[in-house]
Design a protein around this ligand. Structure first.
Ligand SMILES: N[C@@H](CCC(=O)N[C@@H](CS)C(=O)NCC(=O)O)C(=O)O
Length: 340
């Protein structure tokens, strides 16, 4: 985090060239219990998000998968991240202005809630309209609240306990899902940022190979009969949701703009690619188009191109990080493909 002209801006890499994501600040919980500090209530909570951010995407896709559209309000900022943070502009899917405070941007919302707040003004951000506080701005926790805590307020078929397979975070698979979350977060979800925001060759090289080792590991994981069509079998779980929001951005933005280009998903990972296409194109009762509806490729191309440009312009003008890929410079000719 740095301050220029009294304006808080977003830092990328630390002085050693490595990007390190800072922990989220608001960590309260909404609960199904009526006497909780934040009880689940229809219309009480609001999710600030935008269509570019993969962490916000986790929350928007779960909100739609759970049928929570009429229960938790959603307000989009513009996906164009400015010097002043996320803004309400009326463009790029954004609301004209913040519906609660009439704020022009998300920073103002954070500062209304906590005037001495010094963290980042991030999406997703789950806001309580009744007490005018931010309940939580950590996507991994917001999605878990969405799985179960609002279940009394939605139709029977969307409730976790009524789902064959036990829902998005089933008891029997918790250990395995948590295990996968850990390495996928570090090397894939956040790994792409560590490559794209690296400002030294050393930082990029330290992260690009672990990223592709993890994609290879995921490809191998999907070859197991118990791991099809989804990562843990017949039912979509949290592991699928958390992987989707990164992989749907992969070829469009991370491969090109963040230099994660040893391989592409569409040409080099047939199982992962099929897994991704199935989620994106599904219109059955399983997802009702939730993955596709919450996906916006232009937001990814624009948002990451701008973010990397801004990073280089801010004191890193001379930086050259040489991309590692493609791993094969040019494919060899096959039998009979030569000119002679
Ligand atoms: N740990 C957070 C990360 C959220 C996050 O980093 N969001 C980014 C957008 S992708 C953001 O709002 N950045 C604004 C900024 O840094 O000013 C989560 O998973 O919810």
């Amino acid at each position: 985090m740095s301050t220029t002209n009294g304006t808080t801006t977003h830092a990328h890499a630390d002085p050693d060239g490595h990007f390190r994501r800072k922990p989220s600040s608001f960590r309260d919980t909404i609960s199904r219990s009526p006497d909780a500090k934040y009880p689940a209530e229809k219309g009480r909570y609001l999710l600030y998000m935008n269509f570019g951010c993969p962490w916000a995407h986790r929350a928007t896709v779960v909100r739609q998968l759970k049928g929570l559209e009429g229960v938790v309000e959603m307000v989009a900022t513009d996906f164009d991240l400015t010097q002043d943070g996320w803004l309400f502009t009326g463009k790029n899917g954004s609301a004209e202005q913040d519906p609660v405070f009439g704020a022009k941007g998300l920073r103002e919302v954070y500062l209304k809630v906590q005037p001495d707040y010094e963290g980042r003004y991030t999406v997703p951000c789950l806001f309580d309209k009744k007490t005018q506080t931010i309940v939580n701005n950590e996507s991994s926790e917001i999605i878990r609240m969405f799985y179960e805590e609002f279940d009394e307020l939605i139709p029977e078929e969307f409730r976790e306990r009524n789902k064959e397979g036990g829902g998005f975070f089933p008891e029997a698979l918790r250990g395995e899902i948590e295990g996968m979350n850990e390495w996928v977060y570090d090397t894939v979800n956040n790994g792409v940022y560590k490559c794209g925001f690296a400002t030294t060759q050393e930082a990029y090289d330290a992260n690009i190979y672990p990223l592709f080792a993890s994609l290879d590991r995921l490809e191998a994981h999907l070859s197991h009969p118990n791991h099809q069509p989804f990562l843990f079998g017949k039912h979509i779980t949290e592991a699928d949701i958390r992987l989707y929001t990164t992989l749907i951005r992969f070829d469009a933005a991370y491969h090109t703009i963040f230099q994660c280009n040893l391989k592409s998903l569409r040409h080099d990972y047939p199982r992962l690619h099929l897994w991704l296409r199935r989620l994106y194109w599904d219109d059955t009762a399983l997802t009702r188009g939730a993955f596709r509806d919450t996906t916006d490729f232009y937001a990814y191309r624009y948002g990451y191109a701008k973010a990397r440009g801004r990073m280089l312009a801010k004191g890193h003008e001379g930086v050259v990080v040489v991309p590692a890929g493609p791993v094969v410079g040019i494919e060899a000719l096959g039998e009979g493909e030569g000119l002679a």
